[in-house]
Design a protein around this ligand. Structure first.
Ligand SMILES: Nc1ncnc2c1ncn2[C@@H]1O[C@H](COP(=O)(O)OP(=O)(O)OP(=O)(O)O)[C@@H](O)[C@H]1O
Ligand SMILES: [Mg+2]
Length: 414
């Protein structure tokens, strides 16, 4: 079954000869968060796409450049944040071939709409970039939940959590702390939906304070207001990170099948305070420290204290080494271990697993680990979306997942 690029596709799990009927997929029937229909409009290489899905995991197979990662990116916009690529929103809109970002006359507005099954029942989410209301106003991100405009995308976190592993994250333990914080904050938001809002508010105030300092601003009232925002949201976000890391550490220490046992800790000044003092005292301390450091921060051009300087430390317990010292495959296995432990934890504590978006997941995993990952994903009941160029690697999932073929902006059952 093939489709013309750009033509709308209607596809159901029993649409193709190779797809498994829902009654054969017993273990996945417990899935409590599943995309049942996805509709894309002018989203990257998809002009129009409609995809109907069952509850079970989805495998997207196709050649390089066909649109597998783009589809995962579209799904990632159903949760708070800037999506799996952290792209500029106007780079996401469909461009004609050869057109550089931001230069074309083609549409830059785009939309992702989904119908989901959740523990609270059917839910529709629509998000995308829409033209601004007034004349000359620029496009803006909109979020609609069950048809009603949400005041911010943080509201999405109440319904959907998404966690992704991409080839870029293979360097997570080797790269700088900011990538690890971003990864961690996604895990935290899955357990504490307001976390995305705290991070956004803290970072906004952090940037504003840095700008006022760089411009030589001296108005103490302005600084006091910004530092108060930083203290309140900064301690709230650090507390949510501490709670998540504590619970995730306990889960990851158990290991999952052939995936290694891992230990997680937070390293940072504000994190240390929270070990020994109440949150309100930590807020006061952060407020006082920021006020005392204004001159120093202005000279250094950085903000020397706050949760934006914390790091997530991960150890590979089976090797008894920091995760960064394992081989590429061992690092990937730790990452998968953490993602699976996290999915279990979220499923247990919120009654709905996160959407797991696993891009090129088979790369670097040996056959034993691949099979174990597939078994765990099915057992979790999470609607995991996996991609790969080689359909054979997903053979153990036949009959337990929807295996779809991606070809140049269209999708068909294998
Ligand atoms: N804004 C856009 N408009 C149109 N096409 C785009 C846009 N952004 C990216 N593309 C194109 O979409 C195509 C598919 O990209 P994607 O990253 O999804 O491929 P993929 O199937 O994941 O490939 P690989 O196996 O190499 O990872 C690419 O050719 C890319 O250039
Ligand atoms: Mg890709």
């Amino acid at each position: 079954m093939t489709a013309q690029p750009g033509s709308p596709r209607a596809l159901s799990p029993d649409a193709g000869p190779g797809s498994a009927p829902a009654h054969r997929i017993e273990s996945s029937a417990r899935s409590l968060l599943a995309v049942r229909q996805l509709r894309l409009t002018d989203f990257r290489n998809y002009r129009q796409l409609r995809l109907d899905c069952g509850l079970e995991p989805v495998v997207l197979v196709g050649g390089n450049g066909t649109g597998k990662t783009n589809l995962l990116e579209a799904l990632s916009f159903l949760a708070p944040g800037r999506g799996l690529r952290r792209a500029r929103l106007d780079d996401v809109g469909h461009r004609l071939r050869g057109e550089a970002p931001g230069t074309g006359t083609g549409p830059t507005n785009w939309a992702v709409a989904a119908t989901l099954d959740t523990p609270d029942g059917r839910l529709t989410i629509g998000t995308g970039l829409e033209p601004g209301r007034g004349e000359g106003s620029s496009s803006r991100r909109v979020v609609r939940i069950d048809g009603k405009a949400a005041s911010s995308q943080t509201a999405l976190g109440l319904h959907v959590a998404a966690v992704w592993l991409t080839p870029q994250l293979d360097r997570l333990f080797l790269d700088g702390a900011s990538e690890r914080r971003r990864f961690l904050d996604r895990l935290v938001t899955a357990l504490h939906p307001q976390h995305a809002g705290d991070v956004a508010a803290y970072e906004h105030a952090l940037r504003q304070r840095a700008r006022v300092l760089a411009e030589g601003g001296r108005d103490p009232h302005w600084f006091t207001a910004l530092e108060d925002t930083m203290a309140r949201h900064g301690v709230a976000l650090a507390a949510a990170r501490a709670d998540t890391v504590h619970r995730l550490d306990a889960a990851a220490r158990l290991g999952i099948g052939p995936f290694p046992r891992a230990a997680l800790t937070m390293a940072g000044e504000v994190d240390d305070w929270l070990d020994t003092m109440a949150a309100l005292d930590a807020e006061d301390r952060l407020r006082a420290t920021l006020a005392a450091n204004r001159l120093r921060d202005a000279e250094a051009g950085t903000t020397s204290c706050g949760p934006h300087r914390s790091d997530l430390a991960v150890r590979h317990l089976d090797l008894d080494l920091p995760a960064a010292e394992g081989s590429t495959g061992q690092q990937k296995a730790v990452l998968v271990s953490i993602a699976l432990a996290h999915a279990r934890l979220v499923a247990m504590s919120r009654g709905r697993p996160p959407l797991l978006l696993l891009d090129e997941i088979a790369a670097h995993l040996d056959a034993e680990r691949r099979t174990a990952l597939f078994d765990e994903v099915v057992a979790l009941g999470a609607q995991s979306w996996m991609t790969g160029t080689d359909a054979e690697l997903f053979a153990p999932l036949r009959g337990r997942a929807q295996i779809l073929c991606v070809a140049d902006g269209s999708i068909a059952a294998v």
